[in-house]
Ligand binder design. Structure first.
Ligand code: SF4
Ligand code: SF4
Length: 333
């Protein structure tokens, strides 16, 4: 049993558990939760369009507050207190969650992150040639996209909608294109979010783009790891608060990193920076999902580690590395 128990196995159990809670949770939780959800500010992409879901992501209330509240403060139709209170509560809830689990919400709880990993496993089993890592140049260029989506789709477009400069469909611009909206509603048997919306030219354009993005994500996930995560606006949202997170990925100073790149090859987000031979440093980068694969695949004792505050939770080691490589080879056969 111990031979098969790995960090990745624990993570899969966590992902499956949260998939059930986040996609179907209100079916077996109380009426109170089905109405109010668990937090209403989750740091992973769980969708409010899924009526059966147990919680929804922070990006939904943020967009609505920009559109319906913050715009009112800007044009003077609402007081600062009334306009900003909702946003303050949403951000405070998000902050508390990030302090506890930090970016592990991505690697351990997100339904969309889990779905992409399942597609990747199917691709491997179908013997589709896998792209192990994207080049640093491609990674660098791709990283900019999530910031563009974060700034424009979550803040600027909704505020401009509230001020009357853009059509209503821009009020929740990111939700209009989010693949989690399609995934989680389909998972509860609701196909209404995948149909082309012909309410207006704007809604139609958004819905066609969303369907194409969802299809493209599935096709790419068959041979590239976490294609949507690379442009997901949740990463910048988490990054703003991540230095307060108690759970961190660190490089220890107890032994010397020889920059063998094994950690980078294992990293599903192609974070090349983790191979730098730094000591005693927090290396939880913006794109990190705290999946732990780099720690699992570091071949040296105690160089990489997950820490909760100063306490080590899981550290790299030679014996674990050997076991992990063996399991990986068996899985890829
Ligand atoms: S980066 Fe990936 S895992 Fe994190 S919220 Fe976005 S889709 Fe989910
Ligand atoms: S840096 Fe490590 S923990 Fe972060 S995404 Fe890459 S492999 Fe996962």
């Amino acid at each position: 049993m111990d031979k098969l128990l790995t960090l990745t196995v624990l993570r899969r159990i966590s992902q499956l558990f949260f998939f059930v809670i986040l996609v179907y949770g209100s079916l077996f939780m109380t009426t109170f939760y089905s109405e109010d959800k668990l937090t209403g500010a989750l740091p992973s992409l769980s969708c409010a369009y899924d009526q059966d879901g147990g919680d929804y992501c922070v990006l939904i209330p943020l967009q609505h507050q920009m559109d319906h509240r913050v715009a009112g403060v800007i044009d003077g139709t609402s007081s600062a207190m009334a306009g900003l209170m909702g946003t303050a509560i949403t951000l405070a809830t998000f902050f508390i969650l990030i302090v506890v689990l930090n970016k592990a919400f991505c690697g351990w709880t997100c339904p969309l992150g889990f779905f992409q990993e399942v597609i990747s496993m199917i691709g491997t089993k179908l013997k589709i040639k896998q792209v192990n890592s994207l080049s640093f140049e491609v990674v660098k260029k791709t990283r900019v996209i999530k910031w563009f989506i974060f700034i424009f789709f979550i803040f600027i477009f909704p505020v401009l909608t509230g001020l009357g400069f853009l059509g209503h469909e821009f009020g929740d611009a990111f939700c209009r294109i989010c693949p989690s909206r399609i995934l989680t509603t389909l998972a509860v048997g609701d196909a209404s979010q995948i149909v082309v919306d012909n309410a207006s030219a704007g809604y139609m354009t958004f819905s066609i783009f969303a369907d194409l993005l969802f299809g493209l994500m599935i096709a790419l996930a068959l041979f590239i790891k976490q294609p949507f995560c690379r442009i997901c606006p949740m990463l910048p949202m988490q990054a703003v608060f991540k230095k307060f997170g108690l759970l961190r990925l660190v490089k220890n100073g107890s032994s010397k990193c020889d920059t063998c790149s094994s950690c980078v090859s294992a990293c599903p987000m192609d974070i090349y920076e983790i191979q730098a031979p730094v000591v005693n440093q927090n290396i939880t980068f913006t794109d990190c999902t705290l999946c732990g694969k780099c720690v699992e695949f570091c071949p040296h004792d105690d160089i990489m580690a997950f820490k909760f505050a100063p306490m080590p939770v899981f550290s790299s080691s030679k014996p674990y590395f050997k076991k992990r490589v063996k399991i990986d080879k068996w899985w890829k056969k």
